[in-house]
Write a protein that binds this ligand. Sequence first.
Ligand code: ADP
Ligand code: ASP
Ligand code: MG
Length: 448
Amino acid sequence: MKVLKFGGTSVGSAARMRALPALIQGPERRIVVLSAMSGTTNALVSIARLLYEGDQTAANYQIEILRQHYLIVARELLTEPAVAQEAIQHLDNSFKSIFGLTRNPLSAAGERLILAQGELLSTLLFHRYYTGMLGQQATLLPALDFMRLDKNDEPDIDYIEQHLAAALAQYPDEQLFITQGYICRNANGDIDNLKRGGSDYSASLIGAAAHAEEIQIWTDIDGLHNNDPRVVQGTYPIRELSFDEAAELAYFGAKILHPSSILPAAKHGIPVRLLNTMQPAAPGTLISDKTGTDAIKAVAAKDGLVAIKVKSSRMLLAHGFLRNLFEVFERHRTSIDMVTTSEVAVSLTIDDATHLPEILEELRGFGTVEVDENQTIVCLVGNLIQADHGSARLVFNALRDIPLRMISYGGSPNNISILINTADKARALKVLNDGLFQQRQQAVEAEA
Ligand code: ADP
Ligand code: ASP
Ligand code: MG
């Protein structure tokens, strides 16, 4: 079994959908996981926001624009009138359910129902195209039948494995399945999702549950690059990454992968290949239990961090201090990204400030508390500790003009994390590129 996930741009138009069949062929059974067409989830988020704000008129207008867009795509893709007619009937039902939610104040469940429509529509259109227009065989497998969260809102791995196996077992002779990324049900059985960018996570969870031999993430770039291509020019794809390296880069901001998406694949040792739908022959990036030898492979940055410093004279030599401190975060279900300590103070960062006021209230019981918002973690990944290449010197030399708020080194052998002000992020990524990757970049350019 192979799992192939196609992101928003890869299904973003009738023309892109027409290019998919050539990419999903192969001798083994396959599950194709699709995102919503690019722009759709953003549009749905904005419709839900308008409804929360009570602006029904603007919401209705935006829903109608989206509906018209889907009618155009359906007619362009499904040129057989009977096939188009049947798909349009489905589209109408989906849009009726969205319009139906505009009459009353929007609930959280209503919002999640709206957000789920993008993946339901993209899979419907592609399935009808593949079977109705091309006459090929494929089964549309509803993700809502097997993707499920537990009561902590984490994927319910056992449930997913059992229910996916049961769903597949209904079609013993089927070679190709198409399903939705991103959407799932929660512990109450209501429609939910895996958060923005969650289709990668779906693919990895499905790959793990189906004991797949490979998971392919098809997107609009030729693999995971050494730095953020949206910020820095002249980045290049990394051919091989270990699971740990890829997981760190995804968690610390490499947008190409959902932050949690490597973990299920890594747990089962399933290789993940990042591939480009625009350049299908390019080798992309292979994520597996192997790693290359580069001392520093890549840099990523994660915004939206809050740094909290707790200064306490009671900390010195007090055992149990850190446990008590961390328990405050646990009680408020807030995870900590980075920690540094000195004899009298602990600094740490969180990326979810929902419970910040309650957390600060409790922390004041430990000592003086300082808070800095708008912080960014810059994460460097590679063989940083085993390889004695003076990596740290190169990093700090490159960053010499940037104020550094926290540094974490040694937590894992392949990561250095540095906290800076978000205002300095673009500059930091650029100077790191010049300081760390210029030689390699020239070599890549010479090769091309
Ligand atoms: P998809 O819709 O296929 O899921 P995304 O937009 O989520 O695609 O992810 C691909 C985008 O991630 C790329 O177009 C690129 O701009 C961005 N990106 C950010 N950091 C990196 C990186 N280190 N390597 C590759 N792409 C990155
Ligand atoms: N459609 C969802 C989003 O835009 C999930 C995904 O594309 O991965 O966030
Ligand atoms: Mg994505």
